[in-house]
Design a protein around this ligand. Structure first.
Ligand code: SAM
Length: 475
């Protein structure tokens, strides 16, 4: 896994005891104040949950694997379920999500830059430090089980080092470490406390301010650290939302008339999902597809295009609405395997899937409604991928900006005069939301329909989707 962008290490030189570990110790009684529910200390002690968590973290570090995919497979293969599965998930996701903060603390506790540590050793230390700082697992159990794990699953030679470093980590709680490391640097304290790289915090702060949400930065960052609830979409014409809510015990969403929020549980076990009458889809994504479909339009309304369709969530909702209204959808996706996923999700709907580049697709000025759900940083969906925030780089945004402009240009070329184009990102970052909107207004014959909308996990409970609606004008 790539390292978080870090400020200069506050600990001493490599090999020397760190400032952090020799400083004053906070009162032990305060140590558990911020922790979650107490977990049975030795459950699964050297057993499956911790092994599964470690193997998940190792797969992400070594192979850039997706944590959710690896974890799911490991849980199944090792027959880990119930509370043990919950523990494995908490430890794996938590260690990955907080890895930048954990690394800063481990650097101070070990007196070494963590990039000089063996990768497997570092992953074991992250797992141990996470238990000490973020869970109610007792310190002695966290240290003992991590040492045993290191011995059995990495190398017997490192157990002494693991023991020594974790004992130093255990001297402070998270607040104590944040105070030690950040001192008066409030920005760095925020980054450590909420486990977000500084550049992402800066980008969120700018967007919150631009959207008039001053003073909400901490709430925004906290929301990224909570697991999202599962949202279902009752497919129009296939089932009523009330029935889906009654079947699942879920609550109605407020942004989409098709959204149901599941209280808990695996959506794959919901009969309506298995039958294709409903699908899993964040309510923010439903809102984005609906914004396009509901935008006022004069004249014909039959030719719809989804220019970036994979894996097909919005194409499925648009296809269902198109079916009700006698329209057709062309769904375009450049990645072959993702085009296949779109085909699977739109079965039975009036949608034609094209494996093609959206920048060179379609005829001039013929579409009534076009969706550009643009490839973006995905910073609006950090809740869904615990490791993602530490892998992304500010420089990723530069290439994306070019692609976003090219795809939006293509959409505006394809739309007929008077037609609607929706530009959508799963990101609140201004350079890929408001700046692209402003650029389009200056560079193309189009106008805004209403004001663009930015959703937020801490406000609407959705991913941070951005939606701008344009109407194409005559040249
Ligand atoms: C944000 S995702 C779209 C999500 C999708 N609309 C949904 O709701 O399931 C962006 C998609 O655009 C695709 N993409 C990237 N460049 C493209 C291009 N030049 N033409 C068409 N699709 C492209 C990516 O492969 C990715 O599947």
């Amino acid at each position: 896994m790539s390292r978080p962008e870090k400020r200069p290490r506050r600990s001493g030189k490599p090999g020397r005891p760190s400032e952090a570990t020799s400083g004053p110790q906070p009162r032990r009684s305060a140590k558990r104040a911020n922790r979650g529910p107490r977990t049975q200390a030795t459950r699964g002690a050297q057993g499956q949950p911790r092994v599964v968590a470690l193997e998940t973290i190792r797969a992400v570090s070594e192979r850039d694997a997706y944590a959710n995919l690896v974890l799911g497979k490991l849980l199944t293969d090792n027959h880990v379920s119930g509370r043990d599965a919950a523990l494995a998930t908490e430890l794996a996701y938590g260690s990955l999500r907080s890895s930048g903060t954990l690394d800063a603390i481990l650097a101070a506790a070990s007196g070494r830059d963590v990039t000089t540590l063996d990768a497997a050793l570092l992953d074991v230390l992250r797992l141990g430090a996470y238990q000490l700082l973020y869970t109610r697992i007792q310190d002695h159990a966290a240290v003992a089980t991590t040492v045993a794990l290191a011995k059995g699953h990495v190398s017997p030679k490192i157990s002494g080092l693991v023991n020594a470093v974790l004992r130093k980590v255990a001297r402070h709680d998270l607040d104590g470490w944040v105070n030690q490391l950040a001192k008066d640097d409030e920005q760095y304290a925020l980054s450590l406390r909420h486990a977000h790289p500084q550049w992402i915090i800066d980008a969120f702060a700018s967007s919150l301010a631009a959207n008039g949400h001053h003073g909400e930065l901490a709430a925004c960052l906290e929301a990224d650290n909570r697991a999202p609830s599962v949202h279902l979409c009752a497919r129009p014409s296939r089932m009523e939302r009330d029935d889906l809510a009654a079947q699942t015990g879920g609550a109605m969403g407020t942004l989409s008339p098709y959204a149901v929020h599941l209280p808990s549980g695996d959506p794959a076990t919901v009969a309506a999902v298995a039958a294709g009458a409903a699908h899993v889809q964040d309510e923010g994504s439903q809102y984005a597809a609906l914004a396009l479909a509901e935008a006022p339009l004069e004249g014909p309304d039959q030719a719809w295009v989804d220019l970036c369709a994979g894996p097909g969530g919005k194409a499925a909702l648009l296809g269902s609405l198109a079916q009700q209204r006698g329209a057709r959808v062309d769904a375009v996706e450049v990645a072959e395997h993702r085009a296949t996923l779109v085909s699977q999700s739109v079965k039975g709907l009036p949608v034609t899937v094209h494996h093609a580049d959206g920048r060179a697709f379609g005829t001039e000025a013929s579409a009534d409604r076009v969706l550009v759900d643009a490839p973006c940083s995905g910073l609006g969906a950090l809740r869904r991928r615990p490791e993602a925030r530490w892998r992304k780089r500010a420089s990723d945004l530069d290439d994306l900006e070019i692609l976003q402009k090219e795809l939006l240009t293509s959409a505006l070329r394809m739309a007929r005069v008077g037609g609607v184009v929706a530009y959508v990102t799963c990101s609140p970052v201004l350079s890929e939301t408001q700046a692209i909107t402003d650029w389009a207004l200056q560079s193309h014959a189009c106008e805004l329909i209403g004001q663009p909308r930015q959703l937020w996990p801490h406000r609407e409970g959705t991913d941070a989707m951005f939606v701008a609606l344009f109407r194409k004008l005559a040249q």
